[in-house]
Design a protein around this ligand. Structure first.
Ligand code: ATP
Length: 492
């Protein structure tokens, strides 16, 4: 990360804490590593991001429905899905510092250093060697690469490494009152399996016809070996996943459809297109026949935000085998056409986005430090240019002074608007300072009540981004704001 980007990222995370977006979990006890809490404004922004996703998936698509499955599930599910045996990262310990690392992360850092030093051939060769080792699950080879490239522990600076071992990322706990004889259950590492095991419940009760999708938003837990970059990699996080069930043989068509549709969804928020890129997977997961990531350029580089995976019929077939229950769909249309295979296990295209990474992306993209100095005076502001529909507070009501009946008039306006919108009332400090406070939390509109309001019932609306002000009738405020923060502005 260059110095500028390093500083920018520090400022964004500092801002997130200072204004109540994100706090370190258990902070007064010195924190819990890779776990975070969302504060009063963070919770609002997160809810709005969820609503945006839910509406665009479930409300806008007649053939997609949403569910909310439990975090605890039968432990056999994770055997069937491959997580018990295969959901692991290669880790390595440094014997001097006693620090644990992901072996692939150490190598990636070395590749980045080679690139920075202009040693592009060396970087490319190491990347290829690492991909090959990861593809073959060849742990000794990863160790050899670490040794050959003289990778040192960032803490101790030594090369005194253990062997590379697999480390399962699932958290487990006991279900039932007695530890002895009770079952070990897992905290789900992804929400997708809750959808797969309910596939026939939803299909039958909702009379769904293929192609159709099931969407879900919920917590997932992974005991990540290392935590990095604030809320980018957490041990407790939230996913928004959609499984789209299709006829076998049509999956590539749908894969392309969702790959395009998901990028469009990101761009609708107003993020510049050059900040996004696709990254095709070289190493495919055991269940996939095609996979691509949507990556966003964070201050620390391009990183995955969302995955689109063609998961074949792997999961449903596994659940059919492990549960002994048929997971087949009867395709009436195929049957009518007289084609064989009217009964089949559907193929699945999955879209899977991390809500916390989307949150971080949104903050990084919205954060701007502006120099507003003129010849006469120095001035600056920090503004969060959030899409108005996503902003935690839609508008602030500000009486120009604390006297002459202005607060009473302002309260009257506030009480009416809060029936429809999340509002803030503020009468403390100068109007300029109050505008800056609202800029810093991304409030798109400030409504100022002044002496003219008492005479003709008009107010000013100040727009966050342009800082322009216009005078409008107080009676029209709900319509004006309603239009500016409507979900229509995002869902079109
Ligand atoms: P990574 O390679 O970064 O570990 P992944 O490929 O394991 O991610 P998936 O299993 O495809 O991730 O999960 C889908 C999405 O969930 C990711 O695109 C990401 O946005 C989010 N996600 C995964 N792990 C975490 C985590 N530890 N913290 C926050 N979000 C996460």
């Amino acid at each position: 990360m260059s110095k500028n980007n390093d500083e920018l990222f520090k400022n964004v995370t500092g801002h997130a804490k200072e204004y109540g977006f994100v706090f370190q979990s258990s902070e007064i006890y010195d924190g819990l590593s890779a776990v975070y809490d969302y504060g009063q404004l963070g919770a609002e922004l997160k809810n709005n991001l969820k609503t945006y996703w839910w509406k665009s998936m479930v409300q806008m698509n007649e053939n997609i429905v949403g569910i909310d499955s439990a975090i605890f599930m039968h432990p056999k599910i994770w055997k069937a899905s491959g997580h018990v045996d295969g959901f692991a990262d290669p880790m390595i310990d440094n014997k001097d510092s006693k620090k644990r690392y992901r072996a692939d992360n150490l190598i990636e850092d070395k590749i980045a250093r080679y690139e920075k030093d202009g040693k592009t051939d060396k970087a490319a060769k190491l990347q290829a060697d690492m991909d090959e080792a990861l593809n073959a699950d060849d742990l000794p080879r990863l160790k050899v690469l670490i040794e050959e490239h003289e990778i040192v522990c960032p803490v101790s600076g030594t090369r005194n490494w253990t062997e590379v071992r697999q480390f399962n990322l699932m958290f487990s706990t006991q279900m039932g009152a007695m530890a002895e004889g009770s079952d070990e259950v897992y905290l789900r590492p992804e929400t997708a399996q809750g959808i797969f095991v309910n596939f026939l419940n939803v299909q039958k009760s909702g009379r769904m016809k293929i192609p159709f999708g099931i969407a879900q938003i919920g917590k997932a837990f992974r005991n990540e070996v290392i935590a990095r970059q604030f809320i980018m990699r957490m041990r407790e996080f939230e996913q928004m996943e959609m499984q789209f069930f299709v006829r076998p043989g049509t999956e590539m068509e749908w894969y392309k459809h969702w790959k395009d549709a998901r990028l469009k969804w990101h761009l609708a928020i107003g993020t510049p297109a050059e900040k996004y890129r696709y990254h095709d997977h070289v190493k495919l997961a055991h269940y996939a026949n095609a996979a691509v990531d949507i990556e966003f350029e964070f201050p620390f580089g391009f990183k995955e935000v969302e995955g689109i995976h063609s998961r074949t019929d792997f999961d449903l077939s596994q659940h059919q085998q492990f549960s002994g229950k048929k997971m087949q769909y009867f395709d009436n249309e195929l049957n009518e056409e007289g084609k064989p295979y009217g009964n089949y296990i559907p193929y699945v295209i999955e879209t899977s986005i991390g809500l916390d990474r989307l949150f971080l992306l949104t903050l990084c993209n919205a954060y701007e430090e502006q120099d507003l100095s003129t010849d006469e005076k120095q001035d600056s502001r920090t503004v969060l240019k959030l899409h108005p529909t996503l902003a935690p507070i839609k508008a602030a009501v500000l009486p120009l002074t604390k006297k002459d009946g202005l607060p009473e008039k302002a309260r009257e306006i506030m009480d009416k608007l809060k029936l429809d919108f999340n509002m803030q009332y503020d009468e403390k400090d100068s109007i300029g300072k109050r505008y800056r406070r609202q800029d810093a939390i991304g409030t798109p509109f400030c409504i100022t009540i002044d002496h003219q309001t008492l005479e003709d019932h008009t107010v000013t609306i100040r727009h966050r981004d342009s800082m322009d002000q216009e005078r409008v009738a107080a009676s029209e405020l709900d319509q004006i704001i309603g239009k500016l923060v409507s979900w229509k502005n995002l869902l079109n």
